[in-house]
Design a protein around this ligand. Structure first.
Ligand code: DGL
Length: 273
């Protein structure tokens, strides 16, 4: 089916997932929405994030005719997945980034004590903690909010002395002492995965959701007979506010200059802009 896949995040983080999806499913076209007018989501209330997620999903479905929705953001997955899934049950599949990650971690027997780093809203929602306790009672976990990271990455600070110092501060926290696995529970964090790996000198297994989510999406599209069998259409990247770092990140991920389109979905509201 030649309809596109709708993918959204607060900003550039979901591009890590979008790029894995393009690799796993080269025949599919995507419509990406980065809600740059409202980034970061990670310090906002669940209610506000759910409001954003519902509106963006409506845009992707009604205006862009998407055949599946990928919530490429842990914070929005924690705040709005169940609502979106129930709202669209029976019409289109909605995929979140948390469940495929939980599956991956619990299947990795070598990991006994896993650290979870994410935004304040994701950690505060308790979703990872609840799922790990229920699905693998013997697994020790330590969840820590790292609120500076997404904003730092969104502003283009990675692979430099600032990101190294901020990361050193967070990862050096006592709470993460003795971990043998670390969940990057924010889709912005794969952009600093190399730095995190270097910090642990390869001794801690780092989990990021991009590939597992792409694999999950592929399985769902196959099962629901939604895979595209004709030629892939064009990809489109929408932002709710133009940012230079977004344009640079799309170029890095997709290895070509990507034309950003501004969507005015918030223009008739007073929440921003
Ligand atoms: N990329 C997002 C996540 O996975 C959100 C970052 C933010 O906007 O705070 O949680």
């Amino acid at each position: 089916m030649s309809r596109p896949i709708g993918i959204f995040d607060s900003g550039i983080g979901g591009l890590t997932v979008a790029s894995a999806i393009k690799k796993a499913l080269p025949g599919e076209s995507i419509i990406y929405f980065g809600d740059t007018a409202h980034v970061p989501y990670g310090d906002k209330s669940k209610e506000l994030i759910a409001h954003y997620a519902v509106r963006i999903t409506d845009f992707l479905l009604q205006e862009k005719n998407c055949k599946a929705i990928v919530i490429a953001c842990n914070t929005a997955s924690a705040a709005a997945y169940e609502h979106l899934r129930d709202q669209h049950r029976g019409s289109i599949p909605v995929i979140n980034v948390i469940d495929p990650m939980i599956e991956e971690v619990i299947a990795t027997d070598a990991v006994k004590h896993v650290g979870i780093i994410a935004t304040k809203t994701t950690i505060g929602s308790g979703v990872y903690q609840e799922k790990f306790s229920r699905r693998k009672p013997g697994l020790k976990f330590s969840a820590m909010a790292t609120p500076l990271l997404a904003q730092m990455i969104e502003e283009g600070f990675y692979n430099n002395s600032i990101s190294e110092a901020v990361l050193g501060e967070y990862l050096g926290d006592d709470m993460l002492k003795d971990i043998d696995g670390l969940v990057l529970a924010c889709t912005h964090y794969p952009l600093i995965k190399k730095e995190i790996d270097a910090y642990y000198q390869g001794k801690v297994k780092i989990f990021d959701s991009a590939e597992v989510v792409a694999k999950k999406l592929r399985a769902i599209l196959e099962k629901e007979n939604l895979l595209n069998t004709s030629q892939a259409g064009e990809d489109h990247f929408f932002v709710s506010d133009y940012t230079k770092s977004f344009e640079e990140a799309t170029r890095i991920f997709f290895q070509k200059v990507v034309k950003l389109e501004r969507s005015g979905i918030w223009d008739d509201t007073t929440t921003s802009m």
